[in-house]
Design a protein around this ligand. Structure first.
Ligand code: UT7
Length: 319
């Protein structure tokens, strides 16, 4: 049986920081409220000339280096993003060109908002298992600051910019054990961007969210996806070494950690330093914990995400 294995991780964060003190000057809020309700202390913001593809390329280069793979050996590029450089071509095509991958391999974006990385990973995994790709570059990259309304106190303090990437390759050893992805478009009015090419308002579209109902749905849905993932593999909570969650809100992450019975030190948390970077948050968290030595080869990781759409999903991975 062919599996796909993660053989390298990388990430990139823009230099500029936006702290809670900065938000105290922008909106009616306090550092204490933001930390207590979200866990966020600081987020990174892309420079004016930095595009999502630039963040993606920087993260990808680090993942390729860690995997010891040259760009020419990549035969599939997938970018999870909700903030593409342009409507088209896809950010994945732009990344392919910037990395000098000139082998005409398929390159496309996956739009599943905060679940974008899990969706992209699931897609690449299926390409590899089907024998249609051998070594894939899977990236989550966002410049959410470009679609944030910094006068909307209900959500503007949440979002950050960044990118994370993994190199996946075909292997006889697991690898990605299973992926589970879902969507329910009936909830789109709770979390959306208020414009786009077809609807108009393309000047400055921004994210709109009814935070509290989204929060409740996220907790319940992630609870269910944990059960679904474990049941699909005949596994117990105790088989999970690390939870590598989407970083939306510390309270959502803690609820899933509790559901899994995992001690806090087995949950990778970056939301305090990165904010919510949507499709970038899981690969950013993964790379952080791989590079600081917490996540080790052979360990079992559960990745999960919930976001606009609604979309949600998980990936169970033997690292
Ligand atoms: O990644 C994609 C999915 N996204 C998420 O999962 C995000 C889900 N939502 C959340 O993280 C939370 O709902 C928020 C952090 C956005 C809001 O936290 P909450 O605990 O749900 O707050 P709330 O909206 O119920 O508001 C509670 C109070 C209200 O005041 P009153 O009515 O109790 O007097 C708000 O006006 O907090 C107030 N509030 C604020 N206070 C200070 C709302 N925003 C702020 C703010 N600073 N920025």
């Amino acid at each position: 049986m062919t599996y796909s294995r993660i053989i390298g991780t990388g990430s990139y964060l823009p230099e500029r920081l936006l702290t809670n003190a900065d938000f105290e000057k922008l909106i009616d809020t306090t550092d204490q409220w933001i930390v207590e309700r979200t866990g966020i202390k600081v987020r990174h913001i892309a420079a004016e000339n930095e595009l999502t593809s630039d963040l993606a390329v920087a993260a990808a280069r680090r993942a390729l280096e860690a995997a010891n793979v040259v760009p020419a050996n990549i035969d599939l590029v997938i970018v999870g993003t909700t903030t593409p450089d342009r409507v088209f071509p896809s950010t994945a095509c732009i990344v392919q060109a910037k990395l000098g991958i000139a082998n005409a391999c398929p390159a496309f974006d996956v739009q599943a908002v905060c679940s974008g990385f899990v969706y992209a990973l699931a897609t690449a995994n299926n390409f590899i298992k089907a024998g249609q790709a051998r070594t894939a570059l899977v990236i989550g990259a966002e410049t959410l600051s470009r679609i944030t309304d910094y006068s909307d106190r209900g959500n503007c303090m949440l979002w950050g910019d960044g990118a994370g990437a993994v190199v996946l390759t075909a292997s006889e050893e697991p690898g990605i054990i299973s992926t589970h992805i879902h969507a329910d478009g009936r909830y789109q009015e709770l979390l959306y961007v208020d414009g786009g090419p077809s609807m108009g308002n393309t000047e400055k579209p921004a994210m709109r969210m009814q935070g509290n109902p989204v929060f409740k749905m996220a907790v319940n849905t992630l609870d269910a996806i944990v059960d679904e993932t474990l049941a699909a593999n005949g596994m117990e909570k105790a088989d999970i070494d690390w939870l590598v969650p989407h970083q939306a809100n510390i309270r959502i992450i803690q609820a899933t950690g509790k559901k899994l019975g995992l001690p806090a030190e087995r949950v990778v948390i970056t939301v305090d330093q990165h904010g919510n970077t949507s499709a970038a948050s899981i690969p950013l968290a993964l790379d952080t914990a791989v590079r600081d030595g917490r996540i080790k080869r052979g360990q079992t990781l559960l990745m999960e995400a919930f976001g606009g759409g609604f979309t949600w999903g998980s990936a169970l991975v033997k690292f």
